[in-house]
Design a protein around this ligand. Structure first.
Ligand SMILES: *Cc1c(COP(=O)(O)O)cnc(C)c1O
Ligand SMILES: [Zn+2]
Length: 426
């Protein structure tokens, strides 16, 4: 049962009913869902949570939609893996990866979209829509299919093929816009004013955003009801980052976990780092940028929740970190080679950011660190395709195999990097 009680303006604190609203009429501040924490405190226990389903709906009491009517394709309850190999590489003794590649459409967006879709249907919308940097498109198209709704999905035209196919397969109306994500988002805001559609990340954004809190709840539960010392999270609009923090604080307010001072660090690609840029200048004034990075899922130049992400960085004592595209690729390879996890570019941003922060001593060796890996690598193959060792090409004979293996070993012993261009010359 949901204990959501009202919407509240994050700026002036005015209250609104639980309706499809997203901005304050008085100050234009963003609205956020508030809960009856007193009632929650009386009813919500660890045991009650542990009896729930192995999806985000396990935490239905803390979500703003009716779980009995959930549009559910199984989002959530993804693995939290202790990562000794990667930890050793980075100099961290207690490192965990929260692997959200394991969601139904292979990214954390399923968490927010299952909540948004459920709420949109509750409100009576028959069309689900979004402005997407890629992963959201996949998740909205899938949940609309499951929920029997029309889907209208807007993406920037230069998106990776894996993300285009990963949305188109569910049969939405897919609209590729010649422009950046920020331009797609502006267009969709205009359309949301004009048509009666549920844009999950625009007019029902307050409900959508709450789905991200489940990442925090799961991590706390999977650690045996303990909060991490340090979280490192990728930043696009900044929403995910602020909601992980909200989720950890709620667990503490409700007495489900002892208060640990969790530091929240955020990572962005250097080619689109307006939040980290402001943090570095100790400013709360975000200067919009024109994105230029391979981490397209994080390519938001004008981040809607950037200001609130900066507040969380400040309050929690975390760090901002921006990494180059080359470091992103190295991060993807490191995570795959050390732990067997093939993450998308956003995961590369997190691993590369973690390497920086651990290397400069910003994160201590004994801290319990959770790295949030938010999307799967098969969707962004373009980023690594020509940076991997190609297969050995052989005839179907033992001798051909042995010759090829010997050749490869010689090349490696001679210190050559084995790259596709090289293999083609053979
Ligand atoms: C959308 C997305 C994020 C972050 O999103 P916010 O807008 O900051 O909430 C992070 N990683 C991946 C893979 C995403 O698709
Ligand atoms: Zn207000």
């Amino acid at each position: 049962m949901s204990y959501a009680s009202h919407l509240r303006c994050r700026e002036c604190g005015r209250h609104y009913p639980l309706e499809p609203l997203h901005v304050c009429e008085f100050c234009f501040g963003p609205l956020e869902v508030a809960y009856d924490y007193q009632a929650l405190g009386r009813h919500l226990t660890r045991a009650r949570i542990e009896q729930g389903p192995l999806t985000v709906w396990r935490y239905a009491d803390l979500l703003p939609a009716d779980s009995e009517q959930a549009v559910d394709i199984g989002a959530g309850f993804t693995p939290l893996l202790p990562c000794h190999n990667l930890g050793e590489e980075l100099g961290l003794r207690r490192l965990y990866v929260k692997n959200d590649c394991a969601n139904p459409t292979w990214s954390f967006k399923d968490r927010v979209v299952t909540v948004a879709t459920t709420k949109a249907r509750e409100f009576g919308f028959d069309t689900l829509a979004c402005a997407s940097t890629g992963n959201l498109a996949n998740s909205v198209a899938a949940h609309a299919a499951r929920g029997g709704m029309q889907a209208l999905v807007f993406i920037p035209a230069d998106l990776e093929q894996g993300k285009v196919v990963g949305a188109a397969i569910y049969g939405p109306t897919l609209v590729a816009v010649d422009g950046s994500y920020d331009e797609v988002n502006r267009l969709c805001s205009e359309l949301a004013d004009k048509y009666p559609w549920a844009f999950v990340n625009i007019n029902i954004r307050p409900y959508y955003a709450e789905g991200s809190k489940t990442l925090a709840y799961e991590v706390v539960e999977q650690l045996g009801w303990r909060a991490p010392d340090h979280c490192i999270v990728p930043l696009a609009s900044g929403s995910l980052f602020t909601k992980i923090w909200k989720g950890i604080k709620e667990m503490a307010w409700l007495g489900l976990v002892d208060w640990t001072h969790t530091r929240m660090s955020g990572a962005q690609p250097q080619g689109c780092s307006p939040i980290v840029g402001a943090w570095e200048h100790q400013s709360f004034d975000i200067r919009p940028v024109r994105p230029n990075t391979i981490a397209k899922s994080l390519a938001i130049g004008n981040p809607a929740d950037g200001y609130y992400a900066l507040k969380v960085l400040e309050h929690s004592g975390g760090f901002g970190v921006a990494v180059t595209d080359e470091e992103v690729v190295q991060g993807m390879k490191l995570l795959a080679e050390a732990e067997g996890i093939f993450a998308e570019t956003a995961g590369g941003v997190v691993v590369a950011g973690l390497r920086r922060l651990a290397g400069q001593g910003s994160i201590g060796r004994d801290e319990l660190v959770v790295a949030f890996i938010t999307g799967a690598g098969l969707k962004t193959q373009e980023a690594v395709l020509d940076k991997l060792t190609p297969p050995l090409r052989i005839a179907p004979h033992v001798s051909s195999f042995e010759e090829a293996i010997a050749h490869r070993r010689e090349a490696v012993a001679a210190g050559a990097e084995v790259r596709p261009s090289r293999s083609k010359q053979r």
